[in-house]
Design a protein around this ligand. Structure first.
Ligand SMILES: [Zn+2]
Length: 214
């Protein structure tokens, strides 16, 4: 278990640095977790500056949110409720990334549903992305708001707040997050230049079918 935990801590730091470098989560925003075992989660600490995060700062918690790293001076991210809600409802998920991707979050500020239909990778790889009604970050209410969506979605937007991407690996969750932000950014760019022409309906249907059969 110790070897696995050390490996996962390193992967988490890599993912967090990637979030910071690509501007998907700035300052101390966002948090990353992985499932260590059936009853234990590794999660980034509260208030840490993401660009400088180190493996030993990551904390271990149980499924109730109790700290399991006896020598840790850090507390788990204040948004751990959200992560635990995901792991409780989705046994297949082993990694969760909560980020603040600026273009994707900006869509929620203007009440724009996520425009998955504008490019093939949106339709085939992301699919529908719901926007979860606002709840104050770090509260149990955030977890409650998420629950009804968790069965059907791996990529979610949190109104006036951020994103949540789920994966079997950290890499998978990161790939989904970067794609989410890329599609949102493209939509903004095109919207500023003129009227957006969506992909033809027949092509969208084809892409959806091929993504389901993969
Ligand atoms: Zn947040």
């Amino acid at each position: 278990m110790k070897v696995l935990a050390a490996k996962l801590r390193k992967e988490m730091v890599r993912a967090v640095h990637q979030l910071a470098q690509s501007g998907l989560s700035r300052s101390s925003d966002g948090n990353v977790s992985v499932r260590l075992s059936e009853s234990r989660i590794l999660i980034t600490p509260s208030g840490a500056y993401k660009a400088w995060l180190e493996p030993h700062q990551i904390v271990e918690i149980d499924m109730e949110g109790n700290l399991c790293s006896p020598y840790s001076s850090r507390k788990p991210s204040s948004e751990y409720f959200m992560h635990l809600t995901v792991y409780r409802h989705r046994p297949d998920v082993r990694a969760v990334i909560h980020a603040h991707p600026p273009h994707a979050v900006a869509l929620t500020l203007i009440g724009q549903p996520f425009p998955t239909e504008i490019v093939p990778e949106g339709v085939a790889a992301l699919g529908e992305v719901p926007t979860i009604p606002y709840a104050r970050p770090g509260t149990a209410q955030m977890g409650e708001r998420l629950e009804p969506y968790l069965r059907d979605y791996d990529v979610l937007l949190l109104d006036h707040h951020g994103s949540l991407t789920l994966g079997k690996t950290l890499e998978e969750a990161l790939v989904k997050l970067e794609r989410l932000e890329a599609v949102a950014q493209l939509w903004m760019l095109a919207k500023g230049a003129g009227e957006i022409i969506p992909l033809p309906e027949a092509e969208r249907q084809h892409l959806m079918r091929s993504s389901l059969s993969r």
